[in-house]
Design a protein around this ligand. Structure first.
Ligand SMILES: Nc1nc2c(c(=O)[nH]1)N[C@H]1C(S)=C(S)[C@@H](COP(=O)(O)OP(=O)(O)OC[C@H]3O[C@@H](n4cnc5c(=O)[nH]c(N)nc54)[C@H](O)[C@@H]3O)O[C@H]1N2
Ligand SMILES: Nc1nc2c(c(=O)[nH]1)N[C@H]1C(S)=C(S)[C@@H](COP(=O)(O)OP(=O)(O)OC[C@H]3O[C@@H](n4cnc5c(=O)[nH]c(N)nc54)[C@H](O)[C@@H]3O)O[C@H]1N2
Ligand SMILES: [Mo]
Length: 764
């Protein structure tokens, strides 16, 4: 194995480490977003663009899925939304000349940061079999290649169609329709690596895989638990919502191995006190939990709730709710009473008094909201953990009433909408029935491959064509070396993308880059300007309309790319589908969505109302739980304690403040005190000492998994950092090499990106 660290960003040699910040946002955030925007698009374009983010007639911020408040500020964007917009609206271009200059091998050796900095893709490009360069092609030629390779397969199940969560509802709907007409359910998506555990746990327990609150509920809560989430960086607009909740008297408990700046204190740039004063203290109680300890924490709460009820019958639990709306209470309660305190203390690493202190907050609160993100979903026992969160809320009737409920905070801006549109490798029968009836065909019924299964299938030659609607699969997926081999093993890989990334460089024998319009750009068609729709984290559907001149005349919208690809690939086979009409006028797509997907009746009219419309959510709206039992299900979950052999640490892979998943905007992680570098490993000072290491040393991180394969990430600088003991943290995607493909969450099959057993070795 090469002993040299991978080709890295020039900035790495200038790495500086300072103390972490104790607050988020405020003036530095505003200046930082403007500086970044100016660098990418100049001053005039920056202002025009940023003033249109999330306005009622503007475009949906491509940053995250946090909902827009009803009353919007003139500038309803955050620092990181501004960066996401600047990244797309950049004036830099990657045209045919660029590809003539660079070989694939050369591009594959570049970092995600360097690749992203090259700019927007401008032309469809084709890599002929085994060539070391891409060359320009016409759109028709490109679609002919896709059609030829799909027809050459023995079965449609030898193709897989990935989706990243930025695709609009309209693009997602025509995409899954095409794939199912082709005859497969191989529709892996970024959700498989993200909130799949939430979907799996919620569908089983409450009957719908989505959160049960609206933004207003957060404002009305007495207690908000923010668990396994870093909103200061990843959902900055959530901080304003938490601030409003605080103003109205809410208490906030943060549960996290890291003391994340945004959770501790928030300086709102849109308030005088945020610019001039000390800002708002958000967190009332910080529980610095061990990685993977949350199931134990919620089981402890559940046991204490039952015991408090025993001590004062009729005062703690919501018996009316439990009797009328739930199933399985007795079995659950029997088990919960037996929860072992020793296990709880070991798993959480928290002092018993702190858990009791947190429990007093729980007892004092009538209305409770639990928010979570990747800190809960990317562990082996994520599904049981989220089920225990559901148990916790069910005990006191905290689902389906104002100010209370479940709040899985989604990542990509339309990841929830894509699932609603049928991007799912395990579609439910009712959806397939409706789709088949509308278009006059029998959709395939067997389940398809999720993201992890798709990698296995490509590795083994069972999937030969890989198409991606957005995203950067090779960098987002686990086990980088294996995933690279898998993709290179394909006959054809196709990337529908806005920006250059590693998935264009690590390609199949033949490869296509199909460049498309982004959210910020005007989609002008002969039939008139087209708009798309998206669904936010709380089930609100609204329009998004770009205004900017497209990055190149050669770009097509995602809807157009998919419709033309489908037309070419399906030719005259199967039932007639008016692809050309769909492409010309997205209202025609929405008419079909309205007929296939419940909740979208009258779609075209309702989505044009200001602010859009809310999708139905039976548990939230009417305390109706469409589960197999017809009730909300309590569940019995074995407590899983992650044990780490001596001399080892649990590693979590996280986002810096200067990245959007695999898109690296810059090399700083300001809130954590990191400047001009990314190869850092955050470890508690006492753990460093116990391992015979110190702050500032260079180590290799070696992942230990039962398959005996040695996975190694080279040359990380240790940073003594106040994380929970026994735990460490480093950035994704640099550390994806360490996540074993076979290390996934039970049931959801999500890679365990937040709990990898590692040892550290001084870099040789
Ligand atoms: N600017 C920006 N915004 C983004 C993204 C981005 O990359 N950049 N990505 C988007 C996407 S797709 C997503 S899914 C979201 C991700 O949003 P987050 O989930 O906030 O992202 P991560 O950086 O993975 O952070 C995980 C957080 O959970 C904590 N954590 C890890 N393990 C545990 C655990 O076992 N228990 C507890 N209690 N805490 C734990 C970590 O310390 C960290 O604070 O953000 C979305 N928004
Ligand atoms: N180790 C580790 N791995 C992880 C995670 C982790 O926490 N740790 N998090 C996981 C999570 S939560 C997620 S969601 C996945 C993310 O996985 P992906 O969604 O696959 O990755 P992104 O980095 O968001 O994709 C960025 C690329 O999308 C393309 N793009 C951007 N906008 C558009 C658009 O409007 N249209 C089209 N067609 N393309 C566009 C650009 O070319 C850009 O390079 O990664 C997962 N991987
Ligand atoms: Mo995500």
């Amino acid at each position: 194995m090469a002993r040299k660290a991978p080709a890295e960003d020039p900035g790495d040699s200038r790495l500086r480490v300072g103390p972490p910040k104790d607050h988020a946002a405020g003036v530095p955030a505003v200046t930082s977003s403007l500086r970044h925007a100016h660098g990418q698009m100049g001053v005039r374009r920056s202002l025009l663009t940023l003033l249109n983010v999330n306005q009622k007639s503007g475009f949906d911020c491509p940053g995250c899925a946090w909902p827009e408040p009803g009353h919007r500020h003139r500038a309803e964007f955050c620092e990181n939304g501004a960066k996401a917009v600047a990244e797309e609206a950049t004036l830099r271009r990657v045209g045919p000349g660029f590809f003539a200059e660079h070989t694939l091998a050369e591009l594959a050796g570049r970092s995600d940061y360097w690749l992203g900095q090259q700019g927007r893709l401008t032309h469809p490009m084709y890599r002929p079999a085994d060539s070391d360069h891409y060359r320009p092609v016409s759109w028709d030629e490109a679609f002919a290649v896709v059609a030829r390779e799909l027809r050459a397969l023995d079965s449609p199940d030898q193709a897989a169609f990935y989706t990243s969560g930025r695709a609009s509802n309209e693009a997602a709907f025509v995409y899954q329709l095409f794939v199912r007409l082709l005859g497969t359910n191989n529709l892996p998506d970024c959700s498989n690596m993200c909130h799949e555990s939430s979907g799996a746990a919620l569908t089983e327990t409450i009957g719908i895989g989505k959160g049960s609150i609206r933004l207003e509920d957060l404002y009305e809560a007495d207690l908000i638990l923010v668990v396994g989430q870093n909103p200061g960086t990843n959902h900055p607009r959530m901080l304003s919502a938490l601030e409003t909740a605080k103003d109205r008297g809410a208490r906030i408990i943060s549960v996290n191995p890291l003391p994340e700046a945004g959770l501790l204190r928030f300086k709102n740039p849109q308030r005088p006190s945020g610019v001039l004063g000390g800002g708002t203290q958000l967190t009332d109680l910080f529980l610095q939990i061990r990685l993977g300890g949350d199931q134990a924490l919620f089981q402890a709460f559940n046991r204490m709730l039952l015991e408090a009820e025993d001590d004062a019958p009729g005062t703690v639990l919501d018996h009316d709710f439990i009797t009328a709306h739930t199933h399985g209470f007795e079995d659950f309660a029997d088990q919960a009473r037996k929860t072992s305190w020793d296990d709880v203390l070991e798993a959480t690493g928290l002092p018993a008094e702190q858990i009791r202190e947190a429990f007093q907050e729980v007892l004092a609160a009538d209305r409770i909201v639990v928010c979570w993100a990747m800190g809960l979903t990317q562990h082996r026992h994520s599904v049981p953990t989220i089920r225990d969160v559901v148990n916790f809320l069910l005990l006191r009737g905290n689902i389906g009433r104002p100010g209370a409920g479940l709040c899985p905070v989604r990542g990509h801006s339309n990841v929830q909408g894509d699932r609603t549109m049928g991007i799912h490798e395990k579609p439910d029968a009712a959806f397939l029935d409706a789709l088949g009836a509308e278009f006059g065909f029998e959709p395939p019924r067997p389940h398809g491959h999720d993201a992890v299964e798709t990698i296995r299938a490509m590795r083994d030659g069972r999937v030969r064509v890989f198409v991606a609607l957005g995203g950067n699969f090779v960098s987002a997926a686990p086990d980088t070396a294996l995933t690279e081999r898998a993709l290179r093993n394909c006959e054809l890989t196709v990337q529908i993308s806005t920006k250059l990334n590693r998935s264009h460089a690590v390609a199949g024998r033949q490869a296509l880059i199909l460049p498309c319009l982004g959210r910020t750009e005007a989609d002008l068609r002969p039939a008139g300007e087209q708009q798309v729709t998206v669904e936010d984290s709380m089930g609100m559907v609204h329009l998004s309309r770009g205004r900017l001149t497209p990055a190149s005349d050669a770009l097509l919208s995602e809807v157009a790319v998919i419709c033309r690809m489908a037309d070419a690939a399906l030719a005259s086979e199967g039932p007639p589908v008016p692809w050309a009409d769909f492409e010309a006028d997205y209202d025609r797509v929405r008419d079909r969505i309205a007929r296939v997907i419940p909740g979208f009746e009258g779609f075209n009219a309702r989505v044009r109302a200001p602010g859009g419309f809310a999708l139905p959510h039976p548990p939230r709206d009417e305390r109706r739980f469409p589960t197999r039992t017809g009730l909300a299900n309590f569940t019995v979950n074995r407590l899983d304690v992650l044990r780490v052999p001596p001399g080892r640490l649990l590693l979590q892979t996280i986002r810096s403040h200067d990245q959007y998943n695999t898109t690296v905007y810059g090399l700083d992680d300001r809130y954590r005190g990191i400047h001009q570098g990314r190869r850092v490993l955050f470890v508690h000072a006492d753990d460093l000492a116990a391992l015979g290491l110190a702050d500032g040393e260079t180590v290799d991180i070696v992942s230990e998994f039962t398959d005996g394969v040695e996975r190694r990430a080279l040359a990380f600088r240790t940073v003594a950092y106040p994380t929970a003991r026994g735990c460490c943290a480093a950035y994704f995607p640099e550390t994806n090499v360490l996540v074993p493909l076979d290390s996934t969450a039970d049931i959801s099959n999500t890679p365990t990106s937040k709990s990898i057993v590692v040892r550290l070795e001084p870099a040789r």
